[in-house]
Design a binder for this molecule. Sequence first.
Ligand code: HEM
Length: 718
Amino acid sequence: MKRRQRHMLLEKLETRRMLSSVIPVGEFRPIDEVGNNVANPTWGTAGDDLLRLAPTNYADGVDAPALPDDLSARDISNILNNQSDPSDPSQDLATLDANELTDFGYVFGQFMDHDMDNTPTGDVVDNIAVSPGDPIGPAALPFTRSITDPSTGTSTSNPTQQPNEVTSYLDLSQIYGSDQATADALRTFSGGQLKTSAGNMLPYLTTNYFTAAQLTQLNAYLGGEQNQGPLSMSSLFATGDIRGNENLELTALQTLFLRNHNMIASQLQADHPNWSDEQLYQTAREINIAQYQSIVYNEWIPAVFGASAMPAYTGYNPSTDAAIANEFSTVAFRFGHSLLSEDIARDGNNGQSVADDVPLSEDFFDPNLLNPADVVDPFTGETSTDIDAVLKGDADGISQASDLLAVSDVRDLLFGNAGAGGQDLIALDIQRGRDHGIATYNQLRVAMGLPAVTSFSQITSNVAVQQELEQAYPGGVNTIDAFEGGLAEDHVAGSDVGPLFQAIMINQFERLRDGDRFFYLNESFTPEMQQIFSEGDTLTKVIENNTSITNLQSDIFKFSASISGTVYAATGRGDFGRGSSGMSGITVELEDTDGDVLATTTTDRSGRYSFDQNSGPSDNPDIAPGINVTGTYDIVVEYPAGIRGLTADSTSTSASVSISRSGINVDNMNFDLGTGGVAQGHSCDFNQFFDGTHFNDDAGSMSVQSMLNDPSWWQTQS
Ligand code: HEM
């Protein structure tokens, strides 16, 4: 480092120290976060009201749901969010995230969400009307309004507010709990460990792992673990958040960070045999949270919102309230519902499938699917795996696009396992915004310092979407639900979302960082703690430390891979392969192993072709184009008429290539086509037979020169 740079860095660190009261070694974050902010001890605690970025928009100014004259939330969802293929409605259109986000973009997003916010529902019913002919009907979709702060909703100057029932801070409350009773129930009170079940999995909600009193205490203030699936409670896992069993990918991350805690605690205990259980638990928790915060701020946020979206950290600011904003949890952070993929891949280290994909609609509240013993789940018929295969699968492909469209697994079949009927998650999101009296799209834009739009074309450059918005909102741009308007916006350059969602989310993540006295960069670590921290400060490292997976890209939130090569001409007697010239204008296809064409290209002037994650289109809109997942691809060269190839069928030639992870770039997948001379009229599988100097067949190997001198060879091979 140059001296000047170092000086500047030191200055920065010193400034930070002066601004902040750095947490000394041995002071730990309270489980309920009471007192994280010393002067305002309830800020960001469980039960604290969600704060507002914009004035409320209740229809009566106090409590009645907003936008009462708009179309029903389901009708709007049908117009704007329907991802099914119009020519085959049983299939969803395949879309790909424009920033090459892997499925971890949404899987980790949901995991974070369950750390930051939860506003449960109460008992006031406000069902969502369903129009005649809608296949999800004819009954209205059940909807219950959120619980409210009873001291609000009394007048227009005190409109209804909703509480956040979990701690706002990024403190892994989804692992440890947001209250002391839950945190205690999840601990073994020995060696600093959290409870596990066989195979290093989460503990089940049974008396094998908990006393009857503990089972009652687990998230009791929230009514206990949620279950909207086919299994009894005793088959579900216990987690720090009530939604831990909601889907397979989420539960895999819940398990991962539990294992990470226990691994760190064991490491600390090996170095400090005299440490108490409490010291081991708290220190392991502190490092686990630090690694998680590092992943959020150094990996997930830059991947989703762009590398320079967040202003630099300048230290703890006690006047910053880290509480979650209603517009964040009820609107902007639900953008992840658009990214969901319809199938959950389960891959081995080599990037190939180790078990069938699980349809998203079949994985809700079904932890049977996570079991290292490879058992068949009676509900889905799928074989279970350890978390390894699910996490590798999440790293191995690009998620759906961040746009208005949502897959039918959540737009029609949410929590509808095994023919149990379905819900529409997008309709719930729209209705929830109205329930919470969220400002309209334009009002919220103005509150965030953005100009109000005056036409649909100012929201998106996509003309079809402009027309659909007009159909969904005949009352004009001032009647748009904030959730739908935000999803429709053209994206900020480098980000997965438009200006409104970007502003809300950066505002939130800045407050969660600057207003957290225990933010990891504001804590003191011993050299040993620092060392353990650095060994797990990326999601890739955490997975590799706690599973059998070793073959992961370093930036697990992005997927890119390529296959390239040259199509050579054979220009004369014996002049093949390396000595030949490349052929331009040859058609080359990228295919999956079912023969679906995922992209088509033509060779350039040098005979070069190349495919990557941006190649396309595919020949079927329901199949994602390009190299968007790991697995095996076929490269197929099509000859123009008049050119004869040295291949088995003399009309095409192909080669198989396997991609085991993101970051793999396979070059020199070369092909040699015969254009004249000795090659004319002859056919053999050139790629298989020719290695550059020798032809190889079952009978042995023959050099080019001896082959040319031996006409009998031609006869046997032709
Ligand atoms: C399979 C995946 C997912 C399912 C099944 C799911 C389902 C749900 C459901 C049912 C709700 C409550 C809806 C309501 O009645 O208002 C909800 C809320 C929410 N979801 Fe998701 N979700 C998924 C993934 C995600 C992802 C990937 C994100 C973000 C990246 C996300 C963010 C949120 C947020 C912020 C809330 C509000 C939570 C609160 O504060 O109460 N979800 N989700």
